[in-house]
Design a binder for this molecule. Structure first.
Ligand SMILES: NC(=O)c1ccc[n+]([C@@H]2O[C@H](COP(=O)([O-])OP(=O)(O)OC[C@H]3O[C@@H](n4cnc5c(N)ncnc54)[C@H](OP(=O)(O)O)[C@@H]3O)[C@@H](O)[C@H]2O)c1
Length: 264
């Protein structure tokens, strides 16, 4: 089997590559960096604040980039798997299911939703994977929230962390396994692949401190009114994973297990 992974040196991409790295698999890797093939010449974006600040670039990468990849994919009649986000929802009630109406509160969510709509018109098999707050050991370059907080704790830095937004944090290896199940089973449609525990970023940070046995930390819980970010965030954006459990046999680790694997 051949799998082409875009963003292969990104946080999620590096775990997907690790998952598929087997003798019987031919892997083709795309990223923006100079040593690999580029699908366009634009600068990296993706994070909600970057998208809010540069809407034109967000359109180019998240929407037009997806459309270009689908055109290439259709040429080979390939199964197209698009990684989307919990941020397509407004987070008013949380634990959203796949078939609920989307209503993004920021431009990042808007571009991902527009890309999802294009993917639904793809003429061959397609799957949309929505995931949430991905964490794990950094395999290639950038930190996840957990490893960033661990560094701040070890350096005894003071840091404000939001405590009024709820997420279902996703261990990166679970996400990659879930994507592997979709590839293997060739099931199309939308799937929510994330963790099973509902936590605020502050609760995640406190669990990280306790796993590291650091009691004298300088983490401060704040509300999102105090912790100002450029892009608005949904309050309760966690996702319901029942469909993935039933149809794919997806079963993620609980947060404490994922945390241990991230830190040790
Ligand atoms: N991380 C999360 O918590 C999370 C949550 C929900 C959804 N997602 C989705 O998961 C996907 C991956 O996210 P991530 O966190 O792994 O991002 P990331 O670590 O920032 O990695 C992004 C990857 O995309 C590549 N890239 C960016 N712009 C490009 C361009 N114009 N042309 C070619 N390659 C480009 C980057 O290449 P270079 O490094 O070479 O620039 C990098 O490999 C995204 O679609 C995101 O919306 C992530």
């Amino acid at each position: 089997m051949q799998v082409l992974v875009t963003g292969s040196n990104g946080f999620v991409g590096s775990y997907v590559v690790k998952h598929f790295w087997r003798k019987d698999m031919k892997l083709l890797l795309l990223r923006q960096g100079k040593t690999h093939h580029r699908f366009n010449q634009t600068k990296r974006t993706g994070k909600p604040d970057d998208c809010e600040q540069n809407k034109q670039l967000a359109d180019l990468v998240n929407v037009d980039g997806t459309a270009h990849l689908m055109t290439a994919s259709a040429h080979f009649q390939s199964h197209f798997i698009f990684i989307s986000t919990d941020f397509v929802f407004d987070g008013e009630k949380g634990m959203h299911k796949e078939d609920e109406a989307a209503n993004p509160v920021n431009y990042y969510g808007e571009t991902k939703l527009r890309a999802e709509k294009l993917v639904k018109d793809y003429e061959y098999k397609w799957s949309i994977v929505r995931t949430v707050f991905v964490y794990g050991k950094p395999l290639y370059g950038r930190d996840s929230f957990v490893s960033m907080i661990a560094k701040k704790l070890k350096n005894n830095e003071s840091y404000q962390v939001v405590n009024d937004q709820y997420r279902t944090p996703t261990y990166a290896e679970d996400l990659a396994k879930g994507i592997g199940l979709i590839v293997q089973s060739k099931i199309g449609g939308i799937f929510h692949l994330c963790g099973k525990d509902i936590l605020t970023p502050y609760e995640i940070a406190i669990k990280t401190a306790s796993a590291l046995q650091i009691n004298n930390h300088q983490l401060q819980p704040v509300t999102c009114k105090v912790f100002k970010e450029i892009a608005k965030r949904p309050f309760n954006s966690g996702l319901n994973i029942d469909k993935a459990r039933t149809e794919l046999g997806y079963e993620p680790l609980n947060f404490d297990e994922g945390l241990r694997k991230t830190l040790y």
